[in-house]
Design a protein around this ligand. Sequence first.
Ligand code: ADP
Ligand code: MG
Length: 340
Amino acid sequence: MATLDLNTLGEFGLIEAVRRRAGDPGRRWRRGIGDDAAVLRPVQGRDLVFTADALSEGVHFRWSTTDGRSLGRKTLAVNLSDVGAMGARPLGFLLCLGLPVDADSRRIDAFVTGLLDEAAEARCPLIGGDTVRADVWNLSVTAIGEVEAGGALRRDRARPGDRICVTGTLGGSALGLRLLEAGSLDSRAERRFAKLHQRPHPPYEVGPKLVRAGLAACAIDISDGLVRDLGHVLEQSGCGAELALERIPLLSGFRGECERAGCDPEEMALSGGEDFELLFTVAADAPDAERLTKRLGVRVSDIGVITRTGRLDFFRKDKRVSLANKGFEHFKPLGPRSDK
Ligand code: ADP
Ligand code: MG
């Protein structure tokens, strides 16, 4: 397969090559790449969700800590994480590709390969976009998804008494980034954390499964760190929460690697970004974490409860602890919000 070289192919040649690789977007799309816009016929009884996320070279990624293929996967993954966090299944996505004049053709090729691999796995076709010159690599994806009408998982739907659940483990991506930046990838364990940062695997399926089972009304994907993202839920729901620190799920070997890298494991798990795991709340009498794990097909941990306090309180083995010195207790409850 020829590499994707913007200089020899030109903008239109590049788009044509991407179109051929992307293939047929499937029957839901009456028109895909090639017209002035893509055409989708909505289905009655379902709501559509739209989300955009951009990755800019030097701001969101550096070529010293990632590669084209990984970046292609991640560019789509971060968007599909948002679609899943709404409880929606992806329908398709648009790609705005901003490339410098001297962008390496093998890198463009690897990027498109990674992006379309992720798209194929998530069954989310590329249905259009734009291709432009830019000073640095600028990647922007707009993803579209659908969810049963009224079923979207919202940040303002947590209620006092709900249990707080998270999928997977936390802090691994932030540790991976530290290791990548330090150039410290000697052991298998270190490379595993680096991979978590370069190629996150958001649990796309979990949100839609929660909606279908009627298990949750509130969810957010953890992109900015547990405390910040939980903070968004608490602000919008007008609630507080209690978190049990010893229940925050960590990968085996995480504490040791953090200590070797000179960072605090607890801090990494609470505020390290880009885990792209799902946080959701369930009613007190919902199935326990073990049952949810079986039902959802991913590890689920119960890490705390929603309260009426308007504060975020931390506990370690049932003893209240203060993390104020780490700046973890400040968020402003706005009171219940309801726009619909
Ligand atoms: P227009 O001038 O109408 O914006 P373009 O020449 O930019 O048309 O795009 C032609 C077609 O190729 C459109 O269907 C557009 O959605 C698609 N397209 C352009 N760039 C990309 C891209 N990077 N990825 C996928 N589709 C693209
Ligand atoms: Mg255009």
